[in-house]
Each structure stands twice: as structure tokens, then as C-alpha cells.
Design a protein around this ligand. Structure first.
Ligand code: ADP
Ligand code: MG
Length: 367
């Protein structure tokens, strides 16, 4: 741990107005972000939005075009890779195939001139912490995907960095192994108190492990916050669409006379009672958003104050839940999440017609 890193400071890394150009292309634009010390920050966003570039700029593998990177308040913009001590784990892992597991793990220590005995001691210690005791003398190609993943982690952690960068480290693993590694990564991060900056395209990885989720869009931060906060309240329709599972309907405010605001859309008139509707004027255009778990389905009309007739166009089973995609007559997409047993009771399948219902208090507005 570097001398300037006292645990009382909360912001470990501050990214200030970062821009990264590749010729005329802008990979990162005016990005501002605080990465908290000892926390697990997950960075998500569509392919090409600048996630890997951001990690490479942090590690010092790329220089930033403008802006500054502060570590515990001090600029590291001009520091070399080795001075930054921010090791990175890639999807490809980049292990050395001609070295044994132990030699791979101790590689960083060898580069920084640590004596042979000390190197071995620390490499064995980390091999043991990651359950690799039995494999230290094997070559990399004699390991499974999950074991290689652990070697890559051990190789990073053996130098005892205060921060590590991970770029989609689990995306090459099968679903079962990925779940197991998620639990291990989270446990390690908590136990060691290391700052993790973790890039992923997987919602479940980000939302299950992170203390803070950052959603990027075209080189900027679109939204950041605790996973639950982002899930419950996506700030923009970009975030809602990226995370999926919410229905977004463009509407115009029709009346605001009572506590219930009425809005008109292509699919009918909807009643809305949450506070955010109170300040609207008649004629304003809004995007109405309703979460998938707040919509229920019925064969008959008249179940809730808001309803729209839809056709089921897709279904996806996830454990005990089912995610349904519906479409209204005007082509709007409605997303519904149900318990599988409720789907059975309803007795509907792809192609069937059904009413989607939701309560006035579950209508929200999104930019
Ligand atoms: P992500 O990891 O989110 O998929 P990247 O950070 O890899 O996105 O890329 C962000 C943007 O920068 C993309 O448009 C990509 O084509 C561009 N880019 C990345 N690396 C380079 C490079 N070395 N030269 C030119 N353009 C690049
Ligand atoms: Mg990438």
C-alpha cells in the first residue's frame, strides 16, 4: 500500500474530465467518476462505449488526451505503468504458457527484484488462498478455465496492490463456473479490502457483486449508484433500455385536475399518482416507465386502473421466474416478469392475447 493511502480517505481514484481520442475518434468524453476505496465498482455499458479504454487509461497502458486522474488526491497522469501498481486481469488472462503456475504467480515479484525465497513464500501463500496448492508445478495448459482464472488473480494479488482492474474476467467461463467465481471474487474483495474496478457486460455479475454500478454511454457516465438504486430508478431511458425489463411509453399529459394525473399514449389513457407527476402541465410530453415486476397479466379486462391489451411475443425462463415480452396493437413493447407458477395459472403462451395491468402509483417518468 502506498504511503499516501490512508484508509480514512474515501475516494481512491478520481477521474476528472477525462477525454481519450484515437485520431478523430473519441473513445472517452468528459468523463467524471469517483472510485471509492475498498469498494467494488462495476462498469457496464454497450460494446464500444469505452469501458476497456477507461481501464487501460487507469492502468497507464494508454495516456489520456485531456483531464486528470487523481489517486488519493494526487495526479498520476504522468506516472508509468509500473509506478501505478494497478494490475489488470483480462478476459484472455494473458498467462505465460511456458511458465509453471508458481512461476506465473511470482512473475511480478521477480520483475520488482524480490528475492527468490520471499517470492516463493508469497507465491505459495497466494496459490493457497486461491485453492491452487495442488497445481503449483503444473503448466498453464494443464489447467481448467476456472483454475487459470485463479492463477491470473493470484498473479495480480501477490504484489498486494490496493487496487486491481478487471476487464470482463469471467466472460470466457461457462455459466456455472462464472457463478462460482463471482462468489469467490466478491469474498476476496471483501476480505482483502482491495478496490476492484470491474468491467462487465453481464448485468447479473455487476448487480450481484458491486457496491457501485456505473453505466457508460458513448464515453460518458450515464448513471452511477448502488445496484438497487439503479435497478429501482434508472435515471434515463438509455439506462432503462440497456438494463432491459422496463416498459417505456411516450405520452402527453391530458389532465392534472385531481390527485390522479391522466396521460395519453398510443395505447390508451393511463392514470398516474406518484409525486413526480404533480408538477406537470397539460400538454407536456413525457416518457412513462413501468418496471416488469410491477405489471400483472389477466385474461379479462378491468383488473387494475391501467391496462393495455397485448400479444405475447417472447418468453425466457430464469430459475423460478419468467420474463415475458409483449407487444401492443401500436407496436409498443411491454416487459413483464412473473413467477412460473403464475404463468401456469394464466395458461398463456407465445402468440396469445392478454391484458397487462399496473397501478397508478407504479407509473414513473424517465428522461
Ligand atoms: P468497450 O470496451 O466498451 O467495448 P473500447 O474501450 O474497447 O469499448 O472502445 C471504445 C471506442 O474506442 C470504440 O469505438 C473503439 O473502436 C475505439 N478504440 C478502442 N481502442 C482503439 C484504438 N487502439 N485505436 C482506435 N480506436 C480505438
Ligand atoms: Mg472492452
Amino acid at each position: 500500500m502506498q504511503a499516501d493511502e490512508s484508509p480514512s480517505q474515501d475516494v481512491h481514484i478520481a477521474l476528472r474530465d477525462i477525454r481519450k481520442n484515437y485520431g478523430k475518434a473519441v473513445a472517452i468524453r468528459d468523463l467524471n467518476l469517483n472510485i471509492d476505496r475498498g469498494q467494488f465498482t462495476a462498469i457496464m455499458g454497450p460494446s464500444g462505449c469505452g469501458k476497456s479504454t477507461l481501464l487501460r487509461c487507469l492502468a497507464g497502458l494508454e495516456s489520456i488526451t485531456t483531464g486528470d486522474i487523481l489517486r488519493s488526491g494526487r495526479s498520476i497522469r504522468h506516472q508509468e505503468i509500473w509506478e501505478r501498481e494497478m494490475p489488470m486481469v483480462w478476459q484472455s488472462l494473458a498467462l505465460f504458457p511456458f511458465l509453471s503456475v508458481l512461476e506465473n504467480i511470482e512473475f511480478g515479484l521477480r520483475m520488482s527484484g524480490v528475492s527468490k525465497g520471499e517470492r516463493h513464500r508469497r507465491a505459495h501463500e497466494w496459490a493457497s488462498k486461491l485453492g491452487l496448492d495442488e497445481y503449483v508445478n503444473r503448466s498453464i495448459d494443464q489447467l481448467s478455465g476456472g483454475q487459470r482464472q485463479r492463477v491470473a488473480l493470484a498473479r495480480c494479488l501477490v504484489t498486494e496492490p490496493s487496487i486491481i482492474l478487471l476487464d470482463e474476467p469471467l466472460s470466457a467461463l461457462d455459466a456455472h463456473l462464472s457463478l462460482q467465481m463471482q462468489a469467490e471474487l466478491k469474498r476476496l474483495q471483501r476480505e482483502l479490502g482491495i478496490t476492484f474496478v470491474y468491467v462487465t457486460h453481464s448485468h447479473s455479475e455487476a448487480f450481484s457483486m458491486a457496491d457501485k454500478v456505473v453505466i457508460m454511454n458513448e464515453g460518458r457516465v450515464e448513471q452511477e449508484g448502488a445496484p438497487q438504486e439503479i435497478y429501482l430508478k434508472p435515471a434515463t431511458s438509455f439506462v432503462a433500455r440497456f438494463l432491459g425489463g422496463s416498459s417505456i411509453l411516450s405520452c402527453t399529459v391530458k389532465s392534472t385536475e385531481t390527485d390522479e394525473v391522466l396521460v395519453d399514449g398510443k395505447d390508451g389513457t393511463f392514470r398516474c399518482t406518484s409525486d413526480e407527476f404533480r408538477t406537470l402541465r397539460v400538454g407536456s410530453k413525457i416518457n412513462l416507465i413501468v418496471r416488469a415486476d410491477q405489471i400483472s397479466l389477466s385474461q379479462e379486462s378491468g383488473w387494475a386502473d391501467n391496462e393495455v391489451y397485448c400479444r405475447v411475443v417472447g418468453e425466457e425462463f430464469v430459475g423460478a421466474l419468467v420474463n415475458l415480452q409483449l407487444e401492443t396493437a401500436s407496436g409498443s413493447k411491454i416487459f413483464v416478469q412473473l413467477q412460473q407458477r403464475d404463468l401456469k395459472t394464466l395458461d398463456i403462451e407465445v402468440g396469445a392475447g392478454v391484458f397487462a395491468n399496473w397501478h397508478p402509483e407504479d407509473c414513473h417518468i424517465i428522461n
